[in-house]
Design a protein around this ligand. Structure first.
Ligand code: IPM
Ligand code: MN
Length: 325
């Protein structure tokens, strides 16, 4: 049975980086014998203009049928597509590894993995405007915290290292304290510490090596993973996986970057490394590793986009990596 992969190219630089990654995905699948059935769906700003909805019924149907979704960044309607997919399929853990790549200038040395809760917090979309007051609800549940903490536990056990829980329980004395306490309980027996999110932002720049597995709530995870990606060498390199119990979605951490769209200069590595994560999720760590090695080789050989000091185009990088896989 093939894996049913739904590709959503997205907006801005999305179609370019996804096209580049597809060269790699197809080359890897054929070389390593992974049976993929790839379909494509329109979703995002362009779909909104064309069909009046960012996630048209056809895209939804294909997403329902797929085993896994491979998605580029989306523009203004990103929340409508990305959060919808995360919530509809209960992709409750957002896995964001942050690691330097050899030969890429970085702010600091860093090697950690963020486990970001992915379906709760202010992302539930419970916002209200009552006259001159606006309110957003931050929702944290015991069940939601336990299941994402179990994912952090798995990574900590795999890496044999510490989990840092990030929160702001000194202000959110009920909500964030609940997340922290439930997570602590679920992580019992492991080496665990905790940090306020503001201090964590500082530490990620000052001493990023102190972090290993980082467990945090949805919004803090959103913000800190952009910061951490920049510390590691740039947002153009940062992959992610949205994982549930039976389905998953892989996508770069970065956004649609309309300012450079269509110029062929967007770095496809974040998307290509997201493809590596997809193969790992399929149980093919060998294929994931082969992609990572090919990415490192392409950088070493100078086949890289301008953001990391090269002069190659998005597609040239994708094709090169595909050719040496
Ligand atoms: C991310 C993105 C999304 C988020 C947006 C596009 C809804 O920034 O995946 O980090 O905030 O989660
Ligand atoms: Mn984000």
């Amino acid at each position: 049975m093939p894996y049913k992969v739904l590709v959503i190219p997205g907006d801005g630089v999305g179609p370019e980086v996804v096209e580049a990654a597809l060269y790699v995905i197809k080359a890897a699948a054929s070389k390593y014998g992974v049976d993929l059935e790839i379909k494509t769906a329109e979703a995002g700003d362009a779909a909104l203009r064309k069909y009046g909805t960012a996630m048209p019924p056809e895209a939804l149907k294909l997403a329902d049928e797929a085993d896994v979704i491979f998605k580029g960044p989306i523009g203004e309607s990103a929340y409508d597509v990305t959060s919808l997919i995360r919530m509809r399929y209960l992709l409750y853990a957002n896995i964001r590894p942050v690691k330097n790549l050899p030969g890429v200038p970085a702010v600091k040395e860093i090697d950690c993995i963020f486990v970001r809760e992915n379906v709760e917090d202010v992302y539930v979309g419970a916002e209200y405007r009552v006259g001159d007051v606006a309110i957003a609800l931050k929702v944290i549940t015991e069940k939601g915290t336990r299941r994402v903490a179990r994912v952090a536990r798995k990574y900590a056990e795999m890496r044999g290292r510490r989990v840092t829980i990030i929160h702001k329980a000194n202000v959110l004395r009920v909500v964030d304290a609940f997340f922290r306490d439930v997570a602590m309980e679920e992580l019992r027996g492991l080496e665990v510490d905790q940090m306020y999110v503001d201090a964590a932002a500082m530490e990620l720049v000052r001493n990023p090596k102190r972090f290993d597995v980082v467990l945090t709530t949805n919004q803090y995870g959103d913000i800190l993973t952009d910061l951490a990606a920049q510390v590691a060498g740039g947002i153009g390199l940062a992959p992610s996986g949205n994982i549930g119990d039976s389905k998953a979605m892989f996508e770069p951490v970065h956004g649609a970057a309309f300012d450079i769209a269509g110029k062929g200069i967007a770095n496809p590595i974040a998307t290509i490394l997201s493809a590596a994560m997809m193969f790992e999720w399929m149980g093919r760590k060998d294929v994931a590793n082969a992609i990572i090695v090919a990415v490192e080789k392409s950088i070493e050989k100078g086949i890289k986009t301008p953001d990391i000091g090269g002069d190659k185009s998005t597609i040239e990088v994708g094709k090169f990596i595909a050719s040496i896989i």
